[in-house]
Every structure is written in structure tokens, then in C-alpha cells.
Design a protein around this ligand. Structure first.
Ligand SMILES: Nc1nc2c(ncn2[C@@H]2O[C@H](COP(=O)(O)OP(=O)(O)OP(=O)(O)O)[C@@H](O)[C@H]2O)c(=O)[nH]1
Ligand SMILES: [Mg+2]
Length: 273
């Protein structure tokens, strides 16, 4: 399928929305998608689900939170992220291609937390939004944990709750000086505040990103190709080592301390052409 649709792919704008669990990402996406529709965009949502897909808890949660937009024709799909992070970006890249082929020009990816997956997704996304909320005390911790580099927009959601203003100031102090010069905004999906402004900002960013999409796509494809080649080679070598007699012999020598592992590895590596 990818073979068939690859040729025309790489034009849609990908928006990554990340942040701690319960920050209100799904609720925000639900409302934002409707606003983006007014700007003429047709959005699809991919929710990366960090939990087991057997219990289905978060999948259901995301679906329920996005009921408004699903009712109006938005496509939402959850993906389990258990397993290698490399595998996730692989699956996400291909899902984006399929969704684009299906006619969506804006693809929103929701992911939780501040881990490797988020950083990987921010590399795939054209625009990254980091969502915080005053409910969880770990927000600043999250900022410190490495989300400072990835955001184009930092959003303090749940502005209807106390502590939102302080959090906004803290985020501004922390993020304000970063090189990317990101926007810092406040929203409340509950009292419907700031969503229009957020969508407006996204619209402006989409317009900018569309101009550089071509160049961006080229460098992304280079990363992707490299990823695939390195992965293939790794698998090949792993398989070879499983059955290789010379390797087994060297291993015995190392295990009986006749040879150190570095010397042995050097010699084994020379066998691989
Ligand atoms: N007070 C208030 N609550 C909100 C707001 N936005 C979302 N919530 C609530 O916060 C909870 C989590 O919202 P979600 O939209 O599921 O958050 P999420 O970030 O997608 O959560 P995960 O996908 O589980 O990480 C829900 O109970 C929402 O109703 C808001 O602006 N104000
Ligand atoms: Mg969610």
C-alpha cells in the first residue's frame, strides 16, 4: 500500500500535541479540530496510547473526549505505543501517509508524557504543541524533563482552575528565552476560552510550514531511509551472530577470559562485510 501511495505523499501538515496525562489534550483537540474546520482544514487524529491495548482504558478515554469532533466527521485512531520507540515512528510515518492519501490535510498526533516517544514524534511533526495544566504538580517537572526544546506553542490549559496564571508565568519564565521563540498561550476547553486564538495561531503556523514543507520532507526522508537501513542491518547481523561458529568460538574465549571482549569484538566485526 505504501508503495502505491508514497509518490504523492508528504504534503499534509502534522501537528504533534503532547503533555502530561490528563492535561486536556484530547478535549483540546476535540474543540480545535472544529475551529480548524472553519479555517478550511480537514483534520484526522492519531492518539498514541502508552497503555496496554488489552485494557483499552486510554483508547476509550480519548474517544470519549473527542466525541464532539467525531460526530462532525473527524477521523480518530488510537495506536498502542508499547514496544520500541523506533517502531512507533515507523508506524506513525506510515499512518500519516495513509491518512493523507485518504484526503486529510492536517494530521494531529496526541501523545502523553515527556519521554523518548514525544521527542521522536516532535521530529515527525511540523508543529509541536506542549500542553500543561495547573492540576498536576508535575508540570514544571515535565518542562524541565526536556520538553523545553520541542514546542512551537506552549499551552496552559484549564485556565478556569486556580493556579493557571502562576503556571503561565512559570512557563513563560522557563520557555520564554529559548531559541525557537515559541508562543505561550492559555486555554480552557471547559469554559471554551482561548480555543479560537489557539486555532488562529495554528493556522498562521500551518501557512508558514507549508512553504518549507518540501525541504523539510527531503531531510525527513533522509532520516527515515537511514533508520530503515540501520534497522535492517542490525537485524541481519543479529541473525548472523546467532548461528555463526566463529562468533561462538570467540564468545567462549571471552567467557573463559582468554580474550577480552574488545579484542574479540574487533575480530568478529572484521568478519562482517
Ligand atoms: N477544569 C477543566 N478541566 C478540563 C479542561 N480540559 C480538560 N479537562 C478535564 O481534564 C480531564 C482530562 O482531559 P483529557 O482531554 O482526557 O486529557 P488528556 O491530556 O487527553 O489525557 P490523557 O489522554 O489521558 O493523557 C477530563 O476530566 C477533562 O474533562 C479544562 O479546560 N478545564
Ligand atoms: Mg487523551
Amino acid at each position: 500500500m505504501i508503495k502505491k501511495i508514497f509518490k504523492s505523499s508528504g504534503k499534509s501538515i502534522v501537528i504533534g500535541i503532547t503533555g502530561p496525562a490528563g492535561a486536556g489534550k484530547s478535549s483540546l483537540i476535540d474543540k480545535t479540530v472544529l475551529e480548524l474546520k472553519k479555517h478550511g482544514y480537514k483534520a484526522a487524529v492519531l492518539a498514541i496510547d502508552p497503555t496496554s491495548h488489552i485494557t483499552g482504558g486510554a483508547i476509550l478515554g480519548d474517544r470519549v473526549r473527542m466525541s464532539e469532533s467525531t460526530d462532525s466527521g473527524t477521523y480518530i485512531r488510537s495506536m498502542a505505543s508499547r514496544g520500541a520507540t523506533g517502531a512507533i515512528s515507523h508506524a506513525v510515518r506510515n499512518s500519516i501517509r495513509v491518512l493523507e492519501y485518504a484526503g486529510f490535510d492536517t494530521i494531529i498526533i496526541e501523545s502523553v508524557g515527556a519521554g523518548q516517544t514525544e521527542v521522536e514524534i516532535s521530529k515527525i511533526a511540523d508543529i509541536t504543541v506542549v500542553v500543561f495544566n495547573p492540576n498536576t504538580g508535575d508540570s514544571i517537572q515535565t518542562i524541565k524533563a526536556g520538553l523545553t526544546e520541542i514546542g512551537d506553542i506552549y499551552l496552559v490549559n484549564k485556565s478556569d482552575l486556580t493556579g493557571a496564571n502562576q503556571l503561565f508565568d512559570a512557563v513563560r519564565d522557563f520557555i520564554g528565552m529559548s531559541e525557537k521563540n515559541p508562543s505561550i498561550m492559555m486555554t480552557s476547553t471547559k469554559s471554551n476560552k482561548g480555543i479560537t486564538e489557539f486555532a488562529k495561531k495554528l493556522n498562521a503556523l500551518i501557512t508558514v510550514k507549508k512553504k518549507t514543507k518540501n525541504t523539510e520532507e527531503k531531510s525527513r526522508l533522509e532520516t527515515e531511509l537511514r533508520d530503515i537501513v540501520l534497522n535492517n542491518i542490525k537485524t541481519k547481523v543479529e541473525r548472523m551472530l546467532e548461528t555463526n561458529i566463529t562468533y561462538a568460538n570467540y564468545l567462549k574465549k571471552v567467557q573463559s577470559k582468554i580474550l577480552d571482549p574488545f579484542e574479540a569484538a574487533e575480530r568478529i566485526s572484521k568478519l562482517i562485510k
